[in-house]
Design a protein around this ligand. Sequence first.
Ligand SMILES: O=P([O-])([O-])O[C@@H]1[C@@H](O)[C@H](O)[C@@H](O)[C@H](O)[C@@H]1O
Ligand SMILES: [Mg+2]
Length: 277
Amino acid sequence: MVGDLAEKTSVRAVLEIRKAGESEIRVMTKSSTVDLVTKTDERVEKIIIGSLIKEFGEGTHCFIGEESVAKGEPCILTDKPTWIIDPVDGTTNFVHGFPFVAVSIAFAVKKQLEFGVVYSCLEDKMYKARRGKGAFCNDEPIQVSDVKDINKSIIISEHGTDRSPEKVKKIFSTMQKILCIPVHGLRGSGTAATNMCLVATGAVEAFFEIGIHCWDIAAGAVIVQEAGGILLDVDGGPFDLMSRRMVSANNDVIAKRIIKEIEIFPAARDDATPEKK
Ligand SMILES: O=P([O-])([O-])O[C@@H]1[C@@H](O)[C@H](O)[C@@H](O)[C@H](O)[C@@H]1O
Ligand SMILES: [Mg+2]
């Protein structure tokens, strides 16, 4: 099945990441000095796309890969069968040896996410979900938390790579307001895909971020929904994969309570025309 292929491909990708982790990692930067990319990100993405093309043939499927887009490939989700790939989610963690790095592979048809696979490499946890068929971690079913009381929740968010003072101020003002609700704790693994899997397993109640990309969250979105969770825009509207912002939560009560505290700032859509990015 297509899902099994994505799983096998992600395991192959992990072998590459592990091999790289044992050798000198050559670090480069993208949108800013803190937006890192390595030769491993690029190589792993090529391996994943290459194996999918080998399986399905040239030109039958589309690909949205983090590093291909960084090199100028379009980031437009069409009705065609499309793979949405983050070869190394948590690149900064990977460079520093901080123990949360994931491969994230999602598959969409007619703009509908059909399944997602997230492999948390250092935890050796394979999360996967097909639309309508439930969510699993290492083949065991997973379920979001049943907590409805925000005072008994752990919330995850990330500060991202934009260091402009006005955005950083809004990010930390939001985190301060949420912490002082109060909640039990604020966390961040450094990888959106892993954060969403933590929502899906019930380890935390919600993850939100403004500034993430479709490849960071596409697979996690299927996994959270199939684990019984919900996805919304940060303004409470419907989830929009290409909008670069989202709230994923165990239920509507927690999601809406978090949304009340989020100070929204603009982030150019993934599918925006180049002049609007
Ligand atoms: O770049 P990458 O490691 O694939 O993805 C990361 C995301 O997973 C994370 O949520 C975000 O806060 C980081 O800035 C970075 O974008
Ligand atoms: Mg990445």
